[in-house]
Each structure stands twice: as structure tokens, then as C-alpha cells.
Ligand binder design. Structure first.
Ligand SMILES: Nc1ncnc2c1ncn2[C@@H]1O[C@H](COP(=O)(O)OP(=O)(O)OP(=O)(O)O)[C@@H](O)[C@H]1O
Length: 316
């Protein structure tokens, strides 16, 4: 792959990766760059193309066009050499409800033709230990909490040592406790040196653990970089506290402030090129009582709403 422009090897890199289903472009020419050692939050609303991208990355479906590499190896040409170093969780393995967590891993490991039966027991215990399920290893799967089930699915991805983990919506459907369990597990896997690509439609679920973000919106990668870089792409906003919201909004619009939004007691808008010092005098001149005033960068959440046109917490 002729992509040697981006410095040290990325754990995942794609160029023009595209997937078309009939007439629908599910993933539109995306250039992913997941730095080695990062926790890369792959974010976007439902249906924005995250799972399709991940399936292409792992060689589960064939891209319509574009190319990519994992751990510096071109895919799918070098799949045999690289996939053993990549653990993944996509749609979750099928676990048997009446078998214990450990027995389920024994079955999965035995079904993997690449794995060494001689070391199975040790590897399975190590994976269970890694996800904090050793004490519950002999409990039936059906007695596991949602968080334990998801941790077992991650254990299944850890039956071999992995340099890269690709986890598709591992917190989806979990309660807050389960989400915390998975989040702290992912953080500790990253602390051990694995690169982690974790997808989510909820920023709030992964924000605390990510070093980097990629944001999908209708098949396009609309932002990518370190968390600070993605946040700094946002424009400062003006916030006015006033009980005369509509009058205040009118003055802000008159000054040329864009994207003015009114909520009870508060009016916000994009500062743009407007001189900050002109705003309060203009409001006062129009008889609008100003009870508070601030200019601040957007929160990451606001930034995502701006990028994707929707809140990230709506469909949780
Ligand atoms: N096998 C398929 N055939 C046709 N269309 C598909 C197929 N798989 C996905 N799509 C479409 O591609 C688009 C992207 O879907 P994808 O599952 O990748 O999104 P996503 O971001 O992972 O969302 P979700 O979180 O809901 O899985 C959607 O419009 C979906 O309907």
C-alpha cells in the first residue's frame, strides 16, 4: 500500500475504503488512521457505517474499492499472517446458556483450528483472569449479568495474545454497571499495550477512555484525530443568560451570529468573526437584560451534534 506519508506505522490504516450495497454507499472512501497504542473511538449514529467498516477491516466482507492494512500488513493479502494478532468482537460469539463461562471458551478454542490444544487450559484461564471472570468461570452463562456476558465475549477475543483489538459496540445494550465494567476492561487492555478500536453510537460511553476519535456520518468519516484535535475543530460559542430570550436572539442574529439557539433563560450561537466586546453593549442598547455572558469552545458532545446533525445520546 502506498501510504507512507503518515509517519510511524498505524495499527489500522485505510485509503479510500468504500462499500456499496446495490445503490447505497454504506461507507464512502474513508481514510482511517488508528495510531499504534491508541484507544480509537469509532463513533457515529446507528446506520452510519461503523459495522460495515469494521467487517471490511477484518476481512469479513470485501470492500467495493479502496485498500487497508492491519498492523502494517496489507489486507486481505496478508490476512493469514496478521489476523492471529488481532482480537475482535463483532456481533459477539454464540455462547451456550447452559454451559459455564469456561466451558464456552473451551468450545470456542477447540473450534479454532489455529489454536494449540496443548496450551488451551492455560490460555483460557489467563483470558478469564484478564476479564475478571476467573472466580465466576464455573457459573453457567445464563446466570451471568450483561456485563459479565460481554466480558466473556472479550475473553473469547483474548484467547491468544493480541496487539490489536477491534470491538464493535461492546457496550451496546449494557446497563450502566455493565458499561463501566467493559470500559474499565478496555482501559486496562490498552494500558497493557494493545491498540484498541472501539465503536459506539454513544460518545458518553467511550469518551473517558479514548485517546483518538473517528466520527462517521452517513458513510463518511467527518472528523478524525486525537480527542484534542477533534474538539479544537469546533468553533467558540457565545452564551447569553437573559429572561428576554427572543429579543436577545434577535440582537444576536442582527450582529451576524449564526446558529442561534434559544432555551429557557439562555441563548447560544456561533461566535464566528464577530468582535466579542460588541455583543453585550448591543444587547443592552436594545434593552435586553444580560444576566450572564460567556464565550467558550464547544463540548465534545456539541461538536458531535454539529458534525453528525444529531445527539449521541438519543438512541441509547
Ligand atoms: N448486508 C447489507 N446489505 C445492504 N445494506 C446493508 C448491509 N449491511 C449494512 N447495510 C446498510 O449500510 C448502512 C450502514 O450500516 P452499518 O451497520 O455499517 O452501520 P452502523 O454505523 O454500524 O450502525 P449500527 O450501529 O446500527 O450497526 C446502513 O444503511 C445499513 O442498512
Amino acid at each position: 500500500m502506498t501510504t507512507g506519508t503518515s509517519g510511524p506505522a498505524a495499527a489500522v490504516r485505510s485509503r479510500g475504503l468504500t462499500k456499496r450495497f446495490r445503490h447505497q454507499v454504506a461507507v464512502n472512501s474513508i481514510d482511517l488512521e488508528v495510531p499504534t497504542g491508541s484507544v480509537y473511538g469509532f463513533l457515529g449514529p446507528n446506520g452510519s457505517g461503523k459495522t460495515t467498516t469494521i467487517r471490511m477491516l477484518l476481512g469479513l466482507i470485501r470492500p467495493t474499492s479502496g485498500e487497508h492494512e492491519l498492523l502494517g500488513q496489507p489486507m486481505p493479502r496478508r490476512a493469514g499472517a496478521v489476523l492471529g494478532r488481532v482480537g475482535s468482537l463483532v456481533e459477539g460469539p454464540a455462547f451456550h446458556p447452559y454451559l459455564s463461562g469456561r466451558a464456552n471458551l473451551v468450545r470456542l478454542d477447540a473450534a479454532d483450528r489455529q489454536s494449540d490444544p496443548g496450551t488451551a487450559s492455560r490460555r483460557i484461564d489467563a483470558a478469564l483472569d484478564r476479564v475478571g471472570l476467573l472466580a465466576a468461570a464455573r457459573k453457567r452463562y445464563r446466570a451471568y449479568s450483561l456485563g459479565m456476558r460481554q466480558r466473556l465475549a472479550i475473553a473469547a477475543a483474548l484467547l491468544e495474545p493480541r496487539e490489536l483489538l477491534v470491538l464493535d459496540e461492546p457496550t451496546n445494550g449494557l446497563d450502566p454497571q455493565g458499561t463501566r465494567e467493559v470500559r474499565s476492561l478496555v482501559a486496562s487492555l490498552a494500558a497493557d499495550g494493545a491498540t484498541v478500536l472501539i465503536s459506539s453510537h454513544l460518545l458518553s460511553e467511550v469518551e473517558q477512555i479514548c485517546t483518538h476519535l473517528g466520527v462517521m456520518h452517513v458513510g463518511n468519516l467527518v472528523a478524525q484525530g486525537s480527542v484534542a484535535e477533534v474538539r479544537s475543530g469546533s468553533e467558540p460559542r457565545v452564551r447569553v443568560d437573559s429572561d428576554r430570550e427572543e429579543d436577545a436572539a434577535r440582537v444576536l442574529r442582527m450582529l451576524g451570529i449564526a446558529d442561534v439557539k434559544v432555551s429557557p433563560g439562555q441563548i447560544q450561537g456561533l461566535l464566528g468573526q464577530i468582535a466579542v466586546e460588541k455583543i453585550v453593549p448591543a444587547l443592552v442598547h436594545e434593552g435586553v437584560p444580560v444576566l450572564g455572558f460567556a464565550v467558550a469552545g464547544q463540548s465534545l458532545e456539541d461538536r458531535f451534534v454539529q458534525l453528525t446533525g444529531e445527539g449521541f445520546d438519543v438512541s441509547g
